[in-house]
Design a protein around this ligand. Structure first.
Ligand code: F6R
Length: 244
């Protein structure tokens, strides 16, 4: 499939996706980008900061929208998406607050928070690029298996798997019950959709994402309905493709 790029390792994965972001920003400095938090995109985000230091790109004129947040926590909680993203990317890149709309999990009123992010997207013309990771259960953002999403933003009950996996971000299984996230429609409306996956732990779910049924039971499989979706994986995650 020509929409799948398999990279020898996670470094090349980060470099390839960073190059796409750089090309976009250089062509359209005021573009609107959404980056997933989580472990997968972090090396790519660090690469972007390094490229800016080298003068290859200016990250400061683009607009940034967050993909999701654990509902109930904010920047002060280690492991929150906002803390991960600000500390790894937005702050070292020197991006001003006015250029970003990041979900605040402590906002209290979820509807108002969803409206705030929707208005920011509207005001800047929608997403030019979204870079997604894939959860161990196939979730994208916090769109969990079995969820029917039709709104710009959603508040979704966290699945058992997502709670179990949360230990890697927090050091304990989260007691939180909900995630706030962009909806599937918003993700699919992005001009360019990049799905990243690395490591052997993602092998099984990526096989389902790419070769299983297109179904809300595996939210990342829904991205196959768009010709704009491109997959970037390392050889560990893509082993099932190399063998066939
Ligand atoms: C994070 C997010 C999640 C992650 C997914 C993969 O903002 O939206 O959907 O992308 O859980 O997480 P990692 O990359 O840590 O394996």
């Amino acid at each position: 499939m020509d929409n799948i790029t398999i990279c020898p390792g996670s470094r090349e994965l980060a470099d390839n996706v960073a190059a796409i972001v750089v090309d976009l920003i250089n062509a359209k400095p005021d573009c609107v980008i959404c980056f997933a938090a989580g472990d997968t995109p972090l090396p790519m985000l660090r690469k972007l900061v390094a490229l800016q230091k080298e003068g290859a790109v200016n990250l400061n004129n683009a607009y940034y929208v967050s993909l999701d947040e654990w509902w109930g926590i904010g920047y002060d909680t280690p492991g929150s998406c906002i803390q991960v993203m600000k500390d790894a990317f937005y702050l070292p890149a020197g991006i001003s607050e006015s250029r970003m709309a990041l979900f605040d999990g402590t906002a209290g009123n979820a509807q108002r928070e969803k409206d705030r992010i929707s208005r920011f997207l509207d005001a800047h013309g929608g997403l030019d690029l979204i870079v997604l990771g894939v959860g161990m259960n196939g979730h994208i953002g916090f769109i969990e298996p079995g969820v029917h999403s039709e709104n710009v933003c959603e508040l979704i009950p966290l699945s058992k798997t997502t709670k179990e996996v949360s230990i890697k971000y927090f050091g304990y299984v989260t007691p939180l019950e909900y995630g706030i996230t962009l909806g599937v429609k918003t993700m699919l409306q992005a001009e360019k959709i990049i799905v990243m996956a690395d490591g052997t732990r993602k092998r099984e779910i990526m096989k389902r994402v790419l070769q299983g049924p297109v179904s809300e039971e595996c939210p990342a499989s829904l991205l196959r309905t768009s010709s704009k979706t491109q997959y970037y994986m390392d050889t560990a995650a893509a082993e099932f493709l190399l063998k066939s």
